[in-house]
Ligand binder design. Structure first.
Ligand SMILES: Cc1cc2nc3c(=O)[nH]c(=O)nc-3n(C[C@H](O)[C@H](O)[C@H](O)COP(=O)(O)OP(=O)(O)OC[C@H]3O[C@@H](n4cnc5c(N)ncnc54)[C@H](O)[C@@H]3O)c2cc1C
Length: 505
């Protein structure tokens, strides 16, 4: 179904069973859950899918070693279970990743060696491999550029890695293939009520400007750091619950860290975990945890955050990086839930929170990508309960996400139209012209940014290369969608402005 057909459903559907607001991990997961239970489901996302936090993660499918150190065994066990489901249900976008903690004291070797064995045991049957304590020699073999002065060895353990925004698109596909109507560039702008109860929403197509009024039985607010805004559209007096925390990542060339293993430093100067993770042939370094007051869909890195990452990487890695080596910097906001009396965002829980308003609005926030499925199951259960709809069994524990075989066949069919479509967009990236055309036709891409940031990951991997490709991508859109030259120029200019924020000068 194309966008126009989906929009027309906003006018022709008398009443939806469930309306989901927000197209990040939580909202899209909820749409998959609701649609696969047979509910008539509508999801609206104000920007592009995963434009918010869900494209800006460290790309780990993990139990969270840090939460183990904090003693939150329940959260770790739940996340390890979810890690297992995700690796099984979306193998095209997630994989097992070996990690090494380099240790510089005998105490750390025993402490982390024991801790990571417990981590592995907590995964039970879903364990990804046995934790091992490594000699100095084996540690250097696995991490050739690790700093060797006072090195006492390392701990090898396993977690998962994934492509966040690509997974978001596969979730959108899965929800849609189960009958959901999934719309990006549609904002919730208000609620319609009968007495105190919400009975409908007012939403706006951000592309045409047209507004729609839709009726539904239940409503899920999955808007991440924008949660408070949506809750306040329901109840202007509502106190805010989200305490946003900013985390940045730097991406550098693999020559600075030529290992297939990721490196994990369990405790930085500010008590955080630091990662260097190979991703799409480059290396992602991060992250930070900075409490911020202003919520922006395109947050900006602070100079001290960039310095912090460079300093920590260089502390553990013999091949030092400088600002000029950074190919891209991307920034995300954690939707953490406030706890009175806690100032440090690093101490706020990564568990998720569900709130049910008097109006019937079910708000779900917090959590992490790894646990999106369980969060979605809880949100939909609450939505059904609050709206007194009959219980339906959740089937997502073993539901395949995306359809890589069908996707490949459809991309091959595009290449059959013109062999030139098999060409790579850029010699350093594996994405083809055919993939871009596929994303325009079948993956809800509406702008040059959608392609370069979230259908391919080129903006996140190398912002200057992404800028080089903007003109080509705009011309592909023009051919596919019949856009004029002015549209192309405007798209390229808008993308340049955005991409400049991903470049560190
Ligand atoms: C730096 C960092 C690193 C992280 N690393 C990891 C990791 O390695 N592994 C992991 O498991 N988790 C990680 N996380 C956590 C994870 O990324 C988040 O928990 C998750 O992406 C949150 O998803 P969400 O759907 O709740 O929010 P978002 O992804 O922010 O989605 C909310 C959406 O709602 C939309 N919206 C807002 N208002 C409206 C409206 N009025 N109408 C319609 N739509 C609206 C927004 O545009 C947005 O797209 C990390 C987070 C950060 C910040």
């Amino acid at each position: 179904m194309n966008r126009a057909e989906m929009l027309s459903q906003l006018e022709t559907t008398a009443e939806w069973d469930m309306v989901i607001i927000g197209g990040g991990a939580t909202g899209l997961g909820s749409a998959v859950d609701a649609a696969s239970r047979g509910l008539k489901t509508l999801l609206m996302e104000r920007a592009d899918f995963a434009k918010g936090t869900s494209s800006r993660s460290t790309k780990l499918v993990h139990g969270g070693v840090r939460y183990l150190a904090q003693g939150n065994i329940k959260l770790v066990k739940e996340a390890l279970r979810e890690r297992g489901y995700l690796l099984k249900n979306a193998p095209q976008l997630s994989a097992k990743q070996p990690f090494i903690i380099p240790v510089y004291s005998w105490f750390d070797k025993i402490f982390y060696g024991t801790g990571l064995r417990v981590y592995d045991l907590l995964a039970g049957k879903l364990s990804l491999g046995v934790t091992k304590i490594l000699s100095v020699k084996k540690t250097i073999e696995a991490l050739p550029s690790v700093k060797t002065k006072n090195l006492k060895g390392g701990i090898l353990y396993y977690d998962g890695q994934f492509d966040d925004s690509r997974l978001a698109i596969d979730l959108a596909y899965t929800a849609s293939s189960h009958g959901a109507t999934i719309l990006n560039y549609v904002s919730l702008i208000g609620f319609e009520k009968e007495g105190k109860k919400i009975v409908g929403v007012l939403c706006k197509d951000e592309i045409s400007g047209k507004e729609y009024s839709v009726k539904a039985k239940s409503f899920i607010n999955a808007t991440g750091v924008f949660t408070d805004h949506v809750m306040q559209l329901d109840d202007a007096e509502r106190e805010s619950i989200v305490r946003p925390s900013q985390g940045i990542h730097l991406v550098v060339n693999k020559s600075f860290f030529s290992s297939s293993h990721a490196m994990m430093v369990p405790k930085t100067a500010d008590g955080r975990v630091f990662f260097a993770v190979p991703w799409h042939n480059e290396v992602v370094l991060g992250t930070t945890d900075t409490a911020i007051d202003i919520i922006n869909i395109e947050p900006k890195p602070l100079d001290q955050e960039i310095d912090f990452i460079i300093e920590h990487f260089n502390k553990y890695n013999a091949v030092a990086i400088e600002k000029k080596d950074i190919q891209s910097v991307f920034v995300g906001l954690r939707p953490l839930v406030k706890v009175s009396g806690t100032n440090s965002t690093a101490l706020l829980s990564r568990d998720h929170t569900i709130l049910v308003s008097v109006s019937g609005l079910v708000t779900i926030t917090g959590g992490k990508w790894t646990t999106y499925r369980k969060m979605s199951e809880d949100a939909v259960n609450n939505g059904l309960f609050v709206s007194k709809q009959p219980k339906r069994i959740c089937i997502t524990e073993s539901l395949q996400i995306g359809d890589p075989v069908k996707r490949l066949a459809m991309i091959e069919a595009i290449i059959a139209e013109d062999i030139n479509f098999a060409k790579l967009l850029h010699h350093n990236f594996s994405n083809t012209v055919a993939e871009v055309i596929f994303a325009i036709r079948h993956e809800w891409a509406e702008t040059v940014e959608d392609i370069l940031a979230r259908r391919t990951r080129i903006l996140f991997l190398n912002a200057k290369v992404a800028m080089e490709l903007a003109v080509i991508v705009a011309s592909l859109f023009a051919k596919e969608l019949g856009k004029d030259e002015e549209w192309e120029k405007e798209q390229v200019a808008t993308f340049y402005e955005l991409a400049n924020q991903y470049i560190v000068s």
